[in-house]
Ligand binder design. Structure first.
Ligand SMILES: Cc1ncc(COP(=O)(O)O)c(C=O)c1O
Length: 333
């Protein structure tokens, strides 16, 4: 590799990679210009930069309830106030509750996941995404959209993000290759709408650029055309693994346990029966080498004390079955 090529890869990032990402948007019916894409160190950096750009310490920001703990940590580290709004297990954030929260708290931004929300797995229908963008456009409130699981759909086509309905540039859309290829590359991107220039400047100030060899390798890989085949295989595997995990939860967990059944992503959100304390279950499971994410991790209020998030991102085998059987026994006890 030409050592000087690193110069070409500084922010906004490797032009070939940005062209490949723009082509992927186009395949999903979205016209995103290559120049509007900023390559970042994983989606998390893009989300944090977006947050920093549109808020100042002390502001209120809407997050989902439950929310990805990375969002809660980001708000905390930027000195922001989390306003939690309930997420419907299938359809995403409750728009009536969101409207009321906008009136009451006058937030400076919303940080949401419209596709396969972490942890509940909800997928917002298109009409709802459109209504969400309209609502926020009317009030001129930026939407920081986290779309890292959008490619992991189980239906016939990739669900479009809310960004697809954004005419005035209020949506700052971030995604990455972390969930579909490997988190270790630390390559993601942000399309920041009307905040694009400022986001690129802030990215340059914070970390100059994303890793040049990783960007070049991904650009090359995408150009060669194997990514879609890989994604199809991954989705098939995830569907099978979800089926196996759902069956095991139904078999081993106490009666009355309820699990989500998402149409994509790789998490199940499980409501434990009979007042089981998720933190206690987490501690006991961990002492046996089993890792589950306890519900309170996903809430600034430490709510969801009787929920856990289970992961079916790994190939299913006897060890997985035994781990769920053990968890079920612990929940029963
Ligand atoms: C919902 C969500 N958003 C963002 C991220 C971070 O993505 P990346 O690895 O691309 O920074 C994660 C990863 O854990 C995630 O689950």
């Amino acid at each position: 590799m030409d050592p000087w090529s690193a110069v070409d890869d500084i922010t906004p990032g490797n032009a070939n990679l940005r062209r490949q990402i723009a082509l992927r948007y186009l395949a999903d019916g979205m016209h995103i210009h290559t120049d509007d894409i900023v390559i970042v160190n994983g989606a998390l950096e893009g989300l944090n930069l977006s947050l920093e750009l549109v808020t100042k310490p002390g502001d209120a920001v809407i997050v989902e309830s439950p929310a990805f703990y990375g969002a809660l940590q980001a708000l905390e580290s930027h000195g922001l106030r989390a306003v939690e709004v309930a997420v419907h297990p299938r359809e995403g954030i409750d728009l009536a509750a969101l409207r009321a929260a906008l009136e009451r708290h006058r937030p400076k931004a919303c940080w949401l996941m419209t596709n396969f929300q972490n942890p509940v797995g909800s997928l917002m229908p298109d009409e709802k995404k459109q209504a969400l963008v309209q609502l926020l456009t009317e009030r001129d409130i930026p939407l920081i959209e986290d779309d890292v699981y959008g490619e992991l759909y189980f239906g016939s086509r990739r669900p479009r993000p809310a960004k697809a309905w954004d005419k005035s540039g209020i949506v700052l859309h971030s995604s990455s290759f972390s969930k579909c290829l490997a988190p270790g590359y630390r390559v993601g991107w942000t399309v920041a709408g009307r905040y694009g220039k400022e986001l690129a400047q802030l990215k340059t100030m914070r970390s100059l650029s994303a890793c040049a060899p990783a960007q070049a390798a991904l650009a090359d890989y995408l150009a060669k055309g194997g990514y879609d085949k890989h994604l199809r295989q991954l989705r098939h595997a995830l569907i099978a693994q979800q089926g196996a995990l759902l069956k095991a939860v139904a078999r081993y967990f106490p009666k009355g346990t309820r699990a989500s059944h998402p149409d994509g992503g790789y998490f199940l959100w499980v409501e434990l029966a009979g007042g089981v304390d998720a933190l206690e279950l987490h501690r006991r499971a961990l002492s046996l080498g089993i890792s589950v994410a306890p519900g309170p991790m996903f809430s600034a209020q430490r709510a969801f004390t009787n929920f856990i998030r289970l992961n079916y991102g790994h190939p299913w085998d006897e060890r997985s079955e035994a781990a769920i059987a053990t968890l079920g026994r612990l929940a029963q006890a």
